[in-house]
Each structure stands twice: as structure tokens, then as C-alpha cells.
Design a protein around this ligand. Structure first.
Ligand SMILES: *[C@@H]1O[C@H](CO)[C@@H](O)[C@H](O)[C@H]1NC(C)=O
Ligand SMILES: *[C@@H]1O[C@H](CO)[C@@H](O)[C@H](O)[C@H]1NC(C)=O
Ligand SMILES: *[C@@H]1O[C@H](CO)[C@@H](O)[C@H](O)[C@H]1NC(C)=O
Length: 357
């Protein structure tokens, strides 16, 4: 809009100059001025209605090779007061440099309905690395009996979790909040009762600590179980173009865990409008809140993929679960050597792959 307005101001100026030039012969002059003004107006109208799309067209307007922006960029939305307040807090947290010390720990957050069937495996994983990790357990249904000393007394206060409801996000936030109380915790890993470690402790610790990134799954799903779940009630803060999807299993650096704590604005939009039954849709908050939030707030700070392997290729509500007979050395080798992350969308035509190292 800006350039069009600027031109209009120019025209008004020309008109004001006209009365001053009366002493000149005025039979021919008004004629060519009218023609000129008409042509300029026509030119502007055409340019406005048929904006230049090709380089060739662009040269008509500017010889400086299209650097001159003829059409203004799509208007930037004016942020609401709440958004401005929320974003300054978030920006400040993101700009605070990470504290790395010898005592830096990775917090392992177990979100489970009850007992942890792979506790013995995790015990082996943690053994010998005391002081470099901490464990938190959110058992939402039954209080588990623990075998491993690393898990005993590590339960936090929990509440009921219903799959697909905001209570899932609340449990994730509860785990993060409890783990943030320990200032040595620098990276936070969300795990379920069905997760097993695929690499040894040192590999995982170094990978997470030195990548300066959060591994949050984030992609655009144009299909019914992606963009189809978006509700316009989330406007103005959450626009469809920013709506993202991703499996819930994240790892997060400390600044990112803090901004999740600091956010109530975007969280409340998802709590109220990304749920079963809004506009006849079935929005799953834990699959959309964090991917959308980070896509809007710090897109460059996340890897857009999770480091937790999940097989969605069956295109069902839940990922493939491996049975005893599925688990072989080959399968584990395959999973640990995958350097391709696949995003299976609910639009049959669109699957995206990205290669990483
Ligand atoms: C991570 O941050 C540290 C310190 O800020 C820096 O030395 C290192 O190069 C960064 N690593 C990557 C992969 O950006
Ligand atoms: C993740 O996606 C965003 C765009 O949504 C992009 O800016 C960012 O660079 C991506 N991150 C990586 C690690 O590729
Ligand atoms: C491992 O990957 C290879 C090559 O992609 C495939 O042929 C094989 O079936 C996979 N094995 C298992 C157990 O998944």
C-alpha cells in the first residue's frame, strides 16, 4: 500500500502547483496535463491490478533490476498488547546465553500411565554417569513400583492424562517445570513408557548438549489431520499459515523449556480451541501446540524433527508398535542408522523427507 499512497501524494502536489502556472498559454497545457495525468492514473491502476511477476515486467518499473519493491510486502499484522508483552519476555529469554558447566545435566522426563517396563534397560543406560542426568516420572494412573535406584522417589505430582486432550500438554509442562527447578538441567528429554535408548549415554549427552538446538518435530500437513484441524477461533494470534504439526516426543534446551513456562497466551488458544468438538473438528493439542508455537517464535532454533524414532508409516492414529517378534538386531541397526526423517502427512500426495547428519 505504501508506494501507491506515496504516488498519490505526488499527484496532489502537482495539482497544487497548477494555479501558479496560469500565466503560460493555457489552451494546450491543460490538455496535455489531463492526458498525462490520465495516463499516469491508468498506468498506476494497471500496475496495481496486474502486478509484475516476471523480471521482464519488473524492468519496466525500474532499471535497477527489481530491487525496487513495486508491490508492498503483504501487510504485517499489528500485534495485540498481549502478544507484544509475551514476545518481549520470550525474546529476552532466548537472548540469554546458555550456561555450560561441568555439572550440566540432561533431564529425562518419563510421561507414563504407570509402571515402566524398560526400567532395567534405562538403569543400564544411566549406570556410571551419575551427576550428568536427572530423572522425573509423571505417572498419571498408577503409582509405579521401581526397581532401579535412579527412579526411586523421582515421581512428581501428577494428574490424569487423556490422550489427545490438553491434559497431555499440561503433564509435559508439569514435568518441565519440576525439572527446571534444578539449575544444572540444561536439556530436557520427553519419553514415554515404551521408549528404549538406542545409543549409549555419552552419545546422547553430547549430541543433545552440543547441538544448541531443540529437537521438536514440526511440519506442515495440508491434509485433514493437519490444517484441517485448524480453527479460526485461534485468530488473531495463530494464523493458518503458521499452524504446524509434529509428534509430541521432544528434546528441548533450557531456554526453550523456559519460554514454554512463560507462555500463557498461545497455550490458552490451544487449550480452548484445539480440542475435540470445536467447529466439528478433532484437534489434538499435543500434536500442534509446541510445533506451532516454536514455528512462530523461534523457527531457526528447532531441528523440525524429533530424535525419538516413531514409525507413522501405517497412517493410523497411533504409530506402529513393535512386538517382541519384530525386534531384531537388524531392526535396531536400521533405526539407529536412519539419517532421513520422514514426515507422513494426512494428505496422501504430500510426504516430505529431510536428510540430516
Ligand atoms: C553451540 O554453542 C557453543 C557456545 O555458544 C558454540 O561454541 C558451538 O559452536 C555451538 N555449536 C553449534 C553446533 O552451533
Ligand atoms: C526448520 O524450519 C524452519 C522454517 O519453518 C527453518 O527456518 C529452519 O531453518 C528449519 N530448521 C532446520 C534445522 O532446518
Ligand atoms: C532394514 O533396512 C533394509 C534396507 O532398507 C530393509 O531391506 C530391511 O527389511 C530392514 N530390516 C528390518 C528388520 O527392518
Amino acid at each position: 500500500m505504501k508506494s501507491v499512497k506515496a504516488w498519490r501524494v505526488g499527484n496532489v502536489g502537482d495539482l497544487q502547483i497548477l494555479p501558479g502556472s496560469r500565466h503560460r498559454p493555457h489552451l494546450k497545457r491543460p490538455m496535455w496535463i489531463i492526458v498525462l495525468v490520465t495516463m499516469v492514473v491508468l498506468f498506476l491502476v494497471c500496475a496495481y491490478m496486474y502486478p509484475p511477476h516476471t523480471r521482464g515486467a519488473c524492468y519496466v518499473f525500474s532499471s535497477r533490476g527489481c530491487k525496487f519493491e513495486w508491490l508492498p510486502p503483504s501487510p504485517v499484522r499489528e500485534l495485540t498488547d498481549n502478544e507484544i508483552a509475551s514476545r518481549v519476555v520470550i525474546r529476552d529469554i532466548l537472548n540469554t546465553p546458555a550456561v555450560r558447566s561441568k555439572n550440566s545435566k540432561v533431564a529425562f522426563l518419563f510421561l507414563t500411565p504407570g509402571p515402566l517396563p524398560f526400567e532395567k534397560l534405562w538403569d543400564k543406560f544411566f549406570h556410571g554417569h551419575e551427576g550428568r542426568f536427572s530423572v522425573y516420572v509423571h505417572a498419571s494412573r498408577d503409582k509405579p513400583v521401581h526397581f532401579s535406584r535412579y527412579f526411586i522417589n523421582r515421581e512428581i505430582r501428577s494428574e490424569q492424562v487423556v490422550w489427545g486432550r490438553i491434559s497431555m500438554v499440561d503433564a509435559e509442562r508439569r514435568l518441565l517445570a519440576n525439572a527446571l527447578k534444578d539449575p544444572d538441567n540444561q536439556h530436557f528429554v520427553l519419553l514415554s513408557d515404551s521408549c528404549v535408548p538406542l545409543h549409549d549415554f555419552d552419545y546422547v549427552y553430547n549430541y543433545l548438549m552440543y547441538s544448541n538446538m531443540s529437537f521438536i518435530d514440526c511440519f506442515e500437513d495440508p491434509g485433514p489431520h493437519g490444517n484441517g484441524r485448524y480453527s479460526e477461533h485461534m485468530l488473531p494470534e495463530v494464523e493458518l499459515k503458521d499452524f504446524r504439526k509434529g509428534a509430541q516426543w521432544f528434546t528441548m534446551k533450557r531456554q526453550h523449556a523456559l519460554i514454554v513456562m512463560a507462555d500463557s497466551l498461545y497455550y490458552s488458544k490451544f487449550r480452548d480451541y484445539c480440542k475435540h468438538g470445536v467447529d466439528g473438528k478433532n484437534c489434538i493439542a499435543d500434536e500442534h501446540y509446541l510445533p506451532t508455537f516454536f514455528h512462530m517464535i523461534d523457527p531457526g532454533g528447532i531441528a523440525n524433527r524429533s530424535v525419538t524414532h516413531v514409525d507413522w508409516s501405517e497412517r493410523k492414529w497411533h504409530p506402529k508398535s513393535y512386538k517382541r517378534s519384530d525386534v531384531s538386531y537388524d531392526l535396531l541397526k536400521n533405526i539407529t542408522s536412519v539419517y532421513l526423517s520422514e514426515h507422513v502427512t494426512s494428505d496422501e500426495q504430500v510426504n516430505t523427507f529431510s536428510r540430516y547428519f
